[in-house]
Design a binder for this molecule. Structure first.
Ligand SMILES: [Mg+2]
Length: 292
């Protein structure tokens, strides 16, 4: 790589646990996003939560002080709808989910129906009842394919955990004996479609997230660079139990701003051997997980 060449690089940034926790922005998240935009660095904010539309997500993060446009948002609902539109153009779906999922399916040419659907699609939401579960079980037994937007077992809220999409899907799987196909992180389906949105090669993309099982696993499997923040669900002590590891570990996204600022926003970890640099960036040097 020539010294004067601008490094082409983009970021997929998980939201919950990276940019905010519950109703509060993680300090520095606004600055990080502002810098990405000011420097015209391609990025998408990624979420496995299929409840909200792009516009809803823009409004939610704006309330916290983070300014983005709809084009910057990428949800598992969008990934699911685009995936299904390629699998079966003009198909039909029975949906257990909310606005984000319904909107994405409509925008991708799907009809939402309540009998003989091609697919039963389950997303995040709170409108779930046992009648819907019963209807879904019957449809699956009659041949509808079971699709999950994501398999997160629970979601953090300000009052503790609530059951996530994965928990609802487990009920359908158990009742029918049929496994769901899941599209959200860590599925390569979502990683690939999100990566395509940036128009960059896999080696030119870093996935930043707080969850080893989704963000980091998905990034590692798909060949993206990976950065773990410890501001969400993962603690440094948890890391030795994983067989895979992120390339860079920081306390919070604010540290990425510092790291990237020092390097002219060239990602240290993508140029090979960030840990061999001049010592200043030792935060990027994968501390303490070689014992795994
Ligand atoms: Mg997260």
């Amino acid at each position: 790589m020539k010294g004067t060449t601008t490094v082409k690089h983009g970021y997929l940034v998980d939201m919950d646990g990276v940019l905010y926790r519950g109703p509060e922005m993680i300090p520095g998240a606004d600055v990080f996003i502002r810098q990405l935009r000011a420097r015209q660095i391609p990025f998408r904010l990624l979420t496995n939560n299929s409840q909200r539309t792009r516009r809803d997500v823009v409004a939610k993060v704006a309330r916290l002080g983070i300014e983005v446009e709809e084009e910057h948002i990428f949800t598992s609902a969008m990934a699911t709808a685009r995936f299904l539109a390629r699998q079966k153009p003009g198909g039909t779906a029975y949906v257990i989910g909310e606005g984000g999922l319904l909107t994405a399916l409509h925008q991708n040419g799907f009809s939402v129906v309540d009998h003989e659907p091609d697919y039963v699609v389950v997303g995040e939401g709170r409108t779930f009842n046992l009648e819907m579960v019963e209807a879904a079980v019957r449809m699956i037994m009659e041949g509808a394919k079971l699709i999950a937007t994501n398999l997160d077992a629970n979601c953090p809220t300000q009052h503790g955990l609530r059951p996530g999409c994965g928990a609802m899907v487990a009920m359908l799987e158990l009742a029918t004996g049929i496994k769901a196909f899941s599209v959200g992180k860590p599925s390569p389906v979502m990683m690939r479609i999100a990566g395509d949105e940036l128009g960059l090669a896999t080696d030119e993309i870093t996935m930043i997230g707080d969850t080893m099982e989704t963000d980091i696993l998905g990034g590692v499997q798909f060949g993206f660079h990976t950065g773990l923040v410890l501001s969400g669900g993962t603690r440094a002590e948890d890391l030795p139990k994983y067989a895979y590891r992120p390339e860079v570990i920081v306390d919070s996204v604010a540290e990425f701003t510092e790291l990237l600022d020092q390097s002219g926003w060239r990602p240290l970890w993508s140029t090979g051997g960030g840990e061999r640099r001049n010592g200043r960036e030792k935060r990027a040097a994968l501390p303490a997980i070689h014992s795994a």
